[in-house]
Ligand binder design. Structure first.
Ligand code: DIR
Ligand code: MN
Ligand code: MN
Ligand code: MN
Length: 303
């Protein structure tokens, strides 16, 4: 496979700064080398920059104009790189997915295949600029790409992502407005309780079967806070009770076995909050599992 690394040092999706160091942390932690060791061709296209913008003060929203500018640039970058291989977007905060998911959706339309999105996150990121309490637009990308209203000034989402094509796994922090909206949708939402009760493989396998049956493209958006803070502390929005290292690898290895993943976001890493790059290294190991690193081959799925 041709893996294309794209740096997205976007830091405008929330108040706390530091995610802009994410792309270089992944480079330092050896993401390209890890993927090459698996036999992949790897190119690093450097970092994307936002389109020009003029910041304005807003009573609630943080860095709206900058976030819109990044969305435009990243949508273009995503659409372009999808033609050439499997893009891995090295974030940057989760607001980068406003652009990357829009871009992969545009690409999916040109190849006439349905787009699916797997969101691995403690949070549902289903706000709109109207419903957010924090004003942090990293809490809005799933609202945007599924066509919720209120995204004035952002690129138009001509063909929204169907709710049925989205699964969120790892949930344990959902704001009241998101919860109310989400429960009205057909978006698959798997919380930590369901993972505790049934295991993480079951809901993931069901979703992957759905993607395969539709011959879909699959974008995976991995938020560092999907993982438990004890193993992945370098993120500004830690929530206790997250996925274990083994659950993370299981998800990634299943994604590889499925052969379905066509693009990947690595988001919310804030290297400033870490010691010795341990969270970056874990994220690199997870990405390697998604691209084929394994202990033994498993020719058939066990469930
Ligand atoms: C939080 C989002 N619900 C908010 N937090 C996120 O600010 O609206 N953290 N996405 O990763
Ligand atoms: Mn998120
Ligand atoms: Mn999150
Ligand atoms: Mn909130």
């Amino acid at each position: 496979q041709h893996c294309i690394l794209v740096g997205a040092p976007m830091d405008s999706g929330k108040r706390r700064k530091g995610c802009l160091m994410g792309p270089d942390a992944y480079r330092t932690a050896g993401l390209a080398e890890a993927l090459r060791d698996l036999g992949h061709q790897v190119s690093d296209r450097g970092n994307v920059a936002p389109a020009p913008f003029t910041p304005k003060d807003h009573p609630k929203l943080v860095a709206l104009e900058e976030t819109i500018a990044w969305t435009e640039a990243l949508a273009d970058a995503a659409e372009t790189t999808m033609k050439d291989g499997l893009p891995i977007f090295m974030g940057g905060d989760h607001a980068l997915a406003l652009g990357t998911v829009l871009g992969v959706m545009r690409h999916a339309k040109t190849v006439d295949r349905p787009q699916f999105v797997l969101w691995l996150d403690a949070h549902s990121d289903f706000h709109t600029p109207d419903t957010t309490d924090s004003g942090n637009l990293h809490g809005t990308p799933l609202g945007y790409v599924t066509g919720r209203e209120g995204f004035d000034g952002f690129p138009a989402v001509d063909t929204p992502l169907p709710q049925d094509n989205v699964a969120i796994i790892g949930l344990r922090s959902v704001d009241a407005a998101e919860r109310a909206a989400l429960q009205e949708t057909s978006i698959i939402h798997v919380d930590m309780r369901e993972i505790d009760e049934s295991g993480i493989a079951r809901p993931l396998a069901a979703f992957l079967d759905k993607v395969a049956a539709a011959n879909g493209l699959l974008h995976v958006s991995l938020d560092v806070d999907f993982l438990d803070p004890s193993v992945a502390p370098a993120v500004g929005t830690t929530v206790p009770g997250g996925a274990t290292v083994r659950e993370g690898h299981l998800v990634m290895e299943m994604l590889h076995d499925s052969g379905l993943m066509t693009s990947l976001d690595l988001v919310e890493l804030n290297p400033f909050l870490d010691e010795r790059g341990r969270t970056a290294s874990l994220m690199v190991d997870l990405a390697a599992s998604a691209l084929g690193r394994r202990v033994f081959d498993r020719p058939t799925r066990a469930f």
